[in-house]
Design a protein around this ligand. Structure first.
Ligand code: GDP
Length: 363
């Protein structure tokens, strides 16, 4: 399962946001399977309105969304790369995630102490990013000595040295590894380093309820930073989310419309994390269940079948496939077949976003 790590300075609202994510998943547990693995790890359903539409068409007993894991990585402070706070242990936790959700404080509240004394998201982002870049720098420095020794007459190691030199120069200038142009070969040669600044980032700007609809000047500043860094921005109110969890559906709708928004930002945060990872979804549907499955872009039908079960990949024969929108337009699988919209695809078929699939296997 994919993992997203929540990072940020202390007191910016990370735990509030994480708890809202988990409580929200728990509240939906009647419909969606969900679990908490550890206190700081929660499994969250990825919202997808197509599932309900398909479940109606197929009269499914159950809806099973695809899921993503969120990890609350507390304790990142200034000096972490030098071992301050809980330092390196936390940096190691970040190394294991696929994407980073960086929470930044964009709300004023005199009762809640800011570690640097004032609200300034751009400065806060720089503090955290500097720690991540320093951790990467020491990682690259350690590796480059070894790679240089191995490089004589070894083509693979030479590629690695070239990649590491590019990274070294850029990190020394305070750039993120994410923004550096590496060839595919070079990128592959350094992938195992798990560089922190190479991971995709979403800035979750935590605002007060009054700023949820229109944002504020701090959010705009974060947007400017994000454009330069090829990162994304989601506006969210951790406080509002933690209150929404307690409410019934009708109360939620009233509360949100009083704030001038359709949602509190949690859904878009989950969705944005999923999209950021370049993931695609295919769907299966029938009387038992309608379900979303996660694949990566470019995956062929047998591998996509393997996501359901490895036997399906080995025993793959064909995939019956219809595009989601065609199925909805037709109104039923039978009608879609009559119109000739259900195709039979073989081993080389590249599964598309929103394909509704039925696998024929010899299992
Ligand atoms: P963390 O250290 O980043 O995990 O921060 P917490 O989630 O523990 O939040 C620190 C404090 O800020 C808590 O007292 C929260 O109730 C409060 N807080 C979090 N989000 C908001 C917000 O959007 N508005 C306001 N006013 N307070 C918030």
């Amino acid at each position: 399962m994919l993992r997203a790590g929540i990072v940020g300075l202390p007191n910016v609202g990370k735990s509030t946001l994480f708890n809202a994510l988990v409580a929200n998943a728990k509240a939906q547990a009647a419909n969606f399977p969900f679990c908490t693995i550890e206190p700081n790890v929660g499994v969250v359903a990825v919202p997808d309105e197509r599932l309900e539409v398909l479940a109606k068409i197929s009269n499914s007993e159950q809806i099973i969304p695809t899921r993503i894991e969120f990890v609350d990585i507390a304790g990142l402070v200034k000096g972490a790369s030098q071992g301050e706070g809980l330092g390196n242990q936390f940096l190691a936790n970040i190394r294991e995630v696929d994407a980073i959700v960086h929470v930044v404080r964009c709300f004023e509240d005199d009762d809640i102490i800011h570690v640097s004394g004032s609200v300034d998201p751009v400065r806060d982002i720089e503090v955290i990013n500097l720690e991540l870049a320093l951790a990467d720098l020491s990682q690259v420095e350690r590796r480059i000595d070894r790679a240089r020794k191995q490089a004589r007459g070894n083509k693979e190691a030479q590629v690695e040295v070239e990649a590491l030199e590019k990274l070294l120069a850029a990190l020394n200038q305070g750039q993120s590894a994410r923004n550096i142009d590496l060839t595919e070969e070079e990128a592959e040669s350094v992938r195992s380093l798990g560089l922190l600044t190479a991971k995709p980032v979403i800035y979750a700007t935590n605002v007060t309820e009054d700023d949820l609809a229109a944002g504020n000047a701090w959010v705009e500043q974060v947007r400017e930073v994000a454009v330069q860094e090829q990162a994304q921005v989601v506006v969210v109110s951790a406080q509002v989310e933690s209150e929404l969890v307690e409410l019934s559906d009708a109360e939620r709708a009233d509360f949100l419309s009083a704030l001038g928004v359709e949602e509190g930002g949690l859904r878009s945060l989950i969705r944005a994390t999923y999209d950021l990872l370049g993931l695609r979804t295919y769907l299966t549907t029938g009387p038992k269940e309608t379900r979303a499955w996660t694949i990566t872009a470019g995956m062929k039908a047998p591998q996509a079948a393997g996501v359901i079960h490895s036997d399906f990949e080995r025993g793959f024969i064909r995939a019956e496939t219809v595009a989601y929108q065609d199925l909805v337009t037709a109104g039923s699988m039978g009608a879609a077949k009559e119109k000739g919209w259900v195709r039979s695809e073989g081993k080389e078929y590249i599964v598309q976003e929103g394909d509704v699939l039925l696998f024929r296997t010899n299992v």
